[in-house]
Design a protein around this ligand. Structure first.
Ligand code: AMP
Ligand code: ZN
Length: 484
């Protein structure tokens, strides 16, 4: 499989360190509010990656943190903790907020068929690990204490900016937002590993540490949790593109300084979902959540389908018009699948292999999900039976996870129930009765007339039967009749 690696800025053959096994780490949500559908785009595409690796035969072990402390409002380490802000907003404790939005996040994930990683670890559960990591960095000379906080010293590294062309200027973001720079830093790019002093001293959750009572920085969480579960080496680390800097850059700096060797081989970054007016936001404009889409009548899986239609390395614009188009396409696809019969024929191995190759070619090419969706449509065009087509769709949906087989089965079941109900309502007539035979014959003639657009003839037949006391009942499954 070819995968774009943000670290080398190239598409590379994906080769895990251990044959057949993949260790994967995902930056989890900051649980101070609902996830917006932009955040969820990232989790959907990471889910596709994980499932495709499993589909390809790898044993994937995936770990995700839950950020319930330490993620400040500014990248410059000086803003207020987002969790505290959330708690104040809702007049609850930080832990109540964390629990509520963690549950809400997994509810959204379930609606979007996003699998829960093998391990999910809230940061507040690993404080001892973070303290050990910070102490290790101090012992090795990569960190220093200043003004009550512990900082990572970026000047100790030969190469700090691992991704793209970030510079010190990118750290100015926080300052532009009106937050003052941190005077304790020896170098502008240094970052906090452990806080005991912050402008916002009413932090709710604090722990004892060798440097005083305080709390961990956001970046140290991911290094600590990843190493706790996956050890000193990692195959793939993922996150949204905004995580590249400073978050992932800092993760690499502190983890590699601690372990003394390269840590993670592949970095997978998902580009943003934007609105027409720009960045997706939780505070301004419409706060786009899965629940909001549902309240407007959208199927969350149609949103997943919408995401799959574009490549993860392209920004995507969300509009209701785009989601409407995806919904129509999704529903049409399901309706077509509902017409297939799984009892139609035996599995056609050659056609199955042909269909599957298009799918794997697409995903082997840097997870090209839009081509994988095309491969799904190509299945419908294959010259083969319903059983094989449905088997292919079920196979692809192990990765795409848009509930196609279930949705098609639901339509089939509804149709069957409708037909059975109609049959139960239709009085049983004696089929050898010449009058019944005549009626059935005329129904067929009327059907043919309608097909030929000879509506006058169709009406004439209806009237002829009406005059004899026969009522015709038309619905989408055909025509039935009632005598008297
Ligand atoms: P957060 O809850 O802010 O820590 O973000 C959770 C995940 O969503 C991270 O991987 C972010 O990089 C990602 N993310 C944030 N905004 C967007 C967006 N507009 N589109 C896609 N992913 C995003
Ligand atoms: Zn992270």
């Amino acid at each position: 499989m070819l995968l774009y690696n943000s670290l080398t800025r190239k598409r590379e053959e994906f080769v895990p360190r251990e044959e057949g096994k993949v260790s994967m780490y995902t930056c989890g949500p900051t649980v101070y509010h609902f996830a917006h559908i932009g955040n969820l785009r990232t989790y959907i595409m990471e889910d596709v990656l994980e499932k495709y690796l499993s589909y390809s035969g790898y044993d994937v072990n995936r770990v995700m943190n839950i950020t319930d402390v330490g993620h400040l409002s500014s990248d410059g380490d000086t803003g207020e903790d987002k969790m505290l802000k959330g708690a104040k907003r809702e007049k609850k404790t930080v832990l109540e907020i964390a629990q509520f939005y963690t549950d809400a996040f997994f509810t959204d994930c379930a609606k979007l068929n996003i699998k829960i990683p093998n391990a999910v670890q809230p940061a507040t559960g690993c404080i001892a690990e973070f303290i050990a990591l910070v102490q290790g960095l101090l012992d090795k000379g990569f960190a220093y204490e200043a003004g009550g906080n512990v900082y990572f010293d970026t000047s100790k590294l030969d190469e700090y900016y691992k991704f793209n062309d970030f510079t010190e200027e990118d750290l100015e973001v926080g300052v532009r937002e009106g937050v003052e720079g941190d005077e304790n830093k020896r170098n502008k790019a240094d970052f906090v590993l452990w806080f005991t002093k912050s402008k916002f001293d009413d932090q709710e959750l604090k722990w004892e540490s060798p440097w005083g009572i305080g709390y961990p920085g956001w970046h140290i969480e991911c290094s600590g949790i990843s190493m706790k579960y996956l050890g000193e080496y990692l195959d793939i680390h993922c996150g949204g593109i905004d995580n590249q800097f400073p978050h992932h850059t800092n993760e690499i700096a502190q983890t590699e300084s601690f372990v003394g060797h390269k840590w993670c081989n592949y970095w997978f970054h998902v580009y943003h979902l934007n609105t027409n007016s720009g960045k997706m936001s939780k505070s301004s404009g419409e706060f786009l959540t899965v629940s909001l889409l549902e309240s407007k009548g959208y199927n969350p899986l149609a949103y997943r389908y919408f995401c799959l239609q574009s490549h993860y390395r392209k920004s995507l614009v969300f509009t209701y018009e785009n989601l409407d188009n995806a919904t129509v396409a999704y529903n049409k696809l399901v309706a077509r699948l509902a017409q297939l019969d799984e009892n139609d024929g035996e599995l056609d191995d050659a056609a199955f292999a042909e269909g599957k190759k298009k799918f794997t070619d697409a995903l082997d090419n840097d997870l090209n999900t839009s081509l994988a969706v095309t491969a799904l449509y190509d299945v419908l065009k294959l010259k083969t039976n319903g059983k094989t087509k449905l088997a292919l769709v079920a196979d692809f949906d192990r990765v795409l996870s848009i509930g196609l087989i279930e949705a098609a089965a639901k339509i089939r079941a509804e149709k069957k129930a409708e037909e059975e109900q109609k049959a139960a309502q239709t009085p049983a007539y004696d089929m050898s009765d010449p009058f019944v035979v005549e009626i059935l014959d005329l129904i067929e003639q009327r059907k043919a007339a309608k097909k030929n657009k000879d509506f006058a003839e169709a009406d004439r037949i209806r009237q002829y039967l009406a005059d004899k006391g026969v009522t015709l009942i038309d619905d989408r499954t055909g025509t039935t009749f009632k005598i008297g």
